[in-house]
Write a protein that binds this ligand. Sequence first.
Ligand SMILES: Cc1ncc(COP(=O)(O)O)c(C=O)c1O
Length: 444
Amino acid sequence: MPQDPTSNVMGIPWPVTTRRRPDGAIEVGGVPLPDLIRRYGSPLYVYDEATLRDAARGFRDAFTTAYPRSRVVYAGKAFLSTALVRILHEEGLGLDVVSGGELFVGLRGGMPPAEISMHGNNKSPQELGEALAAGIGKIVIDNDYEISVLGDLTRNRPEPFPVMIRLNPGVDVHTHRKISTGTADSKFGFSIVDGQAALAAARILGEPDLRLTGFHAHVGSQLFDSEATIAAIDEILDFAAAMNDRHGFVLEHLSPGGGFGIAYTESDEPPDRQTWAKVIGSAVSEGCARRGLPLPIVTVEPGRAIIGPAGVAVYTVGSSKEIADVRTYVSVDGGMADNIRPSLYDATYTAARANRAGDTPHRSVTIAGKYCESGDILIDNVSLPALRPGDLVAIPGAGAYTLAMASNYNFATRPAVVMVRNGKARVIRRRETYDDLVRCDIDE
Ligand SMILES: Cc1ncc(COP(=O)(O)O)c(C=O)c1O
């Protein structure tokens, strides 16, 4: 049970403002979750603005303290909305996008184009054109095809366009295979080991309308140790030194990407942001000193660590099924259509009953979704008090890679999203309606 018996504060992994009220209801941002469900329906994604701002500001402060020439850009793939972009900009963060759609939302949310960078292993000519037309700060080139397309699109610009190269440093990480990106067998980036990265650098340096400013290597997501990130920084710096020897190239920008892990359950203990900042800052400054390189601007790209802890998913219990000596399934009104992480990565979560007191003995249950897949399980095994139809189950740590990956499977309508702060709630994305489900249909 996540609740500390000596306090009404819920603790990790709940948003910082989470409390258990005397009537047993959980409140976030000063607003009881049952009230939110009554007002906005179920299931509902609730984001705590205090936790979000604390993470955004905390990352920025930690990195600028540890390494003054640093920037924090939010990886929009974790979750994106115009209201969120506005808050992140207020907190001094930039935005990393991976598609024309994310770019559109970033601009619509008021992010200055110069603060936006674009990643992706197969950016289309149209997306690259949109990025150039918007005047974004930087494009991170992933492959040879992109060099050709960008070379053509930038022909005869008044100023060469700043780009970085995505390197594949060939380092292994301790995380799920599907969120590991820096090993030799990855679809992302130019491999340093087989010489592709050096060829790409030479090619870009020969493009008159592109300006190579530096190198990037994101090695994976939900990382709990810095070993692979440090190894990647070392590889980037070796590569930068080699490019300096060969071409006189001066490294202006370096990025180890994002990937900073968060707690999903009470037992998860990820490093804090100060630790990440110190480790990355020292790896860059000591690594540059050893190689005689000037200090580059370091950009980190946290997604999950900014938005994940701020989000709570709230579901309503419906049916239950007890299979003697096997398990008890408790089904809720959402599941893999709003959160595919457990099915995709075996991701784990904790949960709490969010609407009432009455401490019946806890027992282990499986929280199942409502979609037509046996694999639609949100939590395989969690200890909860008795649940009956109409009870609310709240899942913390649900802010990242949930709605961002949501689908309309089984023609589910995507849940509404509310932002809570100081006892007030505002809808930042409305619930989809049945009409939305046929919005793109043509039946002539
Ligand atoms: C290039 C890049 N930067 C940043 C991120 C964000 O990762 P996280 O949300 O784990 O911080 C990703 C995630 O896939 C990525 O590919």
